[in-house]
Ligand binder design. Structure first.
Ligand code: PLP
Length: 238
């Protein structure tokens, strides 16, 4: 584990405070309360020391997008009480159970077969459901992650509602490249409204990254997945 220097710690605290303030300004501009927002630092490619430094600053929710790295980091940080891991990357069905083992929330559920792989009865702790967001593909490129067809979103929603051990939280998307983010997030909000017809409690929207989180907040985002604006461009093991 690399050490986190005092100047790195100060820079990190400043970036976190800036992002928090910008998010609050956007929330108020949208007539929303900043309390509705969960800022989740995406710590991919970052050392465990950065996770610990953010934890010391009061952060409890962290996101990772690659299972191999996430598993190692989650296990190394087991001593951090109350830490919550969010998985935001593409997920192979055969890895589903492993990812579920350390993730409280999975933002990238994009097909019924993955729902089936994730489903699990907790006979002793039925309240410990894994939170699920349905990832929606807002592009016309079917190779990008997420459910491509709005009709299929309903199907995945119904599968999660029926699956033991899973709780449908809402929808998630990444803004398409080369397009204004706000109209794309407006489409996501419309999809969220449709999901809520079958799942009234699935009110959350996971949207917004470093370059577009204010637009996402204006379109109802509740879970912001923010990487470099918080972590800076620190290199792995740097
Ligand atoms: C990396 C990543 C983010 C954060 O990206 P930044 O642009 O660094 O904020 C958000 N969501 C997903 C799915 C990611 O993979």
């Amino acid at each position: 584990m690399t050490n986190f220097t005092e100047s790195e710690r100060i820079g990190l605290a400043q970036r976190l405070a800036e992002v928090t303030e910008r998010a609050a300004v956007a929330a108020r501009a949208a007539g929303r309360s900043p309390d509705e927002l969960l800022i989740i630092p995406v710590t991919k490619f970052q050392p465990e020391s950065l996770t610990r430094a953010l934890y010391d600053l009061g952060v409890r929710d962290f996101a990772e997008n690659r299972h191999q790295d996430a598993r190692v980091k989650a296990s190394a940080c087991e001593d951090l009480a109350g830490i919550v891991w969010h998985f935001v990357g593409q997920l192979q069905s055969k890895k589903a159970r492993q990812v579920r083992a350390y993730s409280r929330v999975i933002h990238s559920v994009d097909r019924v077969s993955l729902v089936e792989a994730l489903a699990f009865e907790h006979p002793l702790e039925p309240e410990l459901a894994t939170g699920c967001f349905i990832q929606v593909n807002l592009t016309v490129d079917a190779d990008r992650g997420g459910v491509a067809d709005t009709e299929d979103v309903q199907g995945v929603a119904e599968a999660i509602l029926a699956a033991p051990g899973l709780e449908l939280l809402g929808v998630m998307a990444v803004a398409p490249l080369g397009e204004e983010p706000r109209p794309a997030f407006a489409r996501l909000r419309a999809i969220s409204d449709r999901v809520r017809l079958v799942a009234p409690s699935a009110t959350m929207i996971s949207a917004g990254m470093t370059n577009d989180f204010e637009e996402a907040i204006l379109e109802g985002a509740t879970h912001l997945r923010i990487g470099s604006a918080i972590t800076g461009n620190r290199q792995p093991n740097g």
